[in-house]
Design a binder for this molecule. Structure first.
Ligand code: UT7
Length: 328
């Protein structure tokens, strides 16, 4: 058994240039800027231009992370893409990323764990490095959610945005890097956030399209309550597992689903506001991309520094949840 640690060697992100504001949405759906801002904290979101796919954004984010890490594309051993908006149902989006990067030595697969996908990816990817199976692993959270939203449903379409974030994992000194991950799921709540059609249960057909079953359906209230509880509990568990407490955290980087969820979880966790990274105002909920994009921005702006103890925490469709404690 090898005892080295697994760390984040580089971080990058990619966002579509196209900005859609709440005022823009007011023109097309029965909503208003005030409702969206006060209920969610969102002011604007990015929406990918026509023709741009999840693998395009994922590839850009991966290139930025590799440049940050000083890692060449031929060194990449594995590409994991966490997404709920694959380019196509088959094959994995990670395979398109592998081809676009020219990562000729890399294996590639996707993870679908909803908005928790990036945390699941970190956990899975780090096992390969820890076991000395691979040395350089790309974990990417990437979404073009704008393509699976019902733009006439105001309860969902105002919430989400497009983007991608990536990290390169590799061996680091013992006691550094990803110190612990905790993952969870409760499939009995799958119906609270799902897309009914387009899979084996209801293959896409004229009826399913007419019934708008190829779009996201969500029970917002149920998820809200679940999220506040799950975020606090799983972060505490991940810390306790390595003998640490919330007072040791320098920054919490939570999934950006709703400012009120982040704030309620922060209060339950008794953390000051300046220890929590929030960018939902500018990007909305980018599902699997939200945590790595927030992480990248906080590093670029100089808020998060090498040596800081980070709590990355997410929840989402499945339902799933997870936290990673990282000595960055
Ligand atoms: O990444 C995980 C994915 N999902 C989530 O994390 C979602 C978690 N849930 C939430 O963020 C919140 O539940 C929402 C933002 C989705 C909804 O906020 P809420 O405070 O739970 O509102 P609500 O659903 O209880 O709706 C309150 C009212 C309703 O009107 P009535 O029945 O009180 O007259 C809605 O019809 O607000 C209305 N409403 C809107 N009004 C203006 C719902 N959506 C909108 C809208 N604009 N976009």
């Amino acid at each position: 058994m090898n005892l080295h640690g697994v760390g984040i060697l580089g971080v990058g992100s990619a966002l579509p240039a196209n900005i859609v504001t709440n005022l823009d949405l007011e023109k097309t759906v029965d909503t208003n800027d005030e409702w969206i801002r006060t209920r969610t904290g969102i002011c604007e979101r990015r929406v990918a231009e026509e023709g741009i796919t999840t693998s395009d954004l994922a590839t850009k984010a991966a290139q930025a992370a590799m440049a940050d890490a000083g890692v060449g594309v031929e060194e990449i051993d594995l590409i994991v893409v966490a997404t709920v908006t694959p380019d196509v149902p088959l094959p994995a989006t990670a395979c398109y990323v592998q081809a676009k990067l020219g990562a000729v030595n890399a294996a590639a697969f996707d993870i679908n764990a909803g908005c928790t996908g990036f945390i699941y990816g970190l956990s899975v990817g780090s096992q390969f490095v820890k076991a000395c199976v691979y040395r350089r692993v790309l974990i990417i959270g990437a979404e073009v959610l704008s393509r699976i939203l019902d733009w006439s449903d105001r309860s969902t379409c105002i919430l989400f945005g497009d983007g991608a974030g990536a990290v390169v994992l590799g061996p680091v000194a013992e006691g550094q890097g990803i110190l612990n991950c905790k993952l969870g799921s409760d499939g009995s709540l799958a119906h609270t956030l799902y897309i009914p059609a387009g899979g084996a249960k209801i293959p896409t057909c004229q009826e399913s399209v007419e019934a708008r079953q190829h779009y996201v359906k969500m029970s917002g209230n149920e998820i809200f309550k679940f999220a506040v509880r799950a975020m606090g509990e799983v972060t505490a568990e991940a810390l306790e597992g390595i003998g640490l407490g919330k007072e040791d955290i320098d920054f919490l980087v939570p999934h950006q689903a709703n400012h009120r969820i982040i704030d309620a979880a922060r209060k339950r966790f008794d953390l000051p506001e300046d220890k929590v990274i929030v960018n939902i105002d500018r990007y909305g909920n980018m599902s699997a991309a939200s945590i790595p994009v927030a992480l990248d921005e906080a590093i670029r702006s100089g808020r998060i520094k090498r040596g800081d103890l980070l709590g990355l925490v997410g929840f989402g469709a499945g339902l799933t949840w997870g936290a990673a404690i990282v000595r960055f």
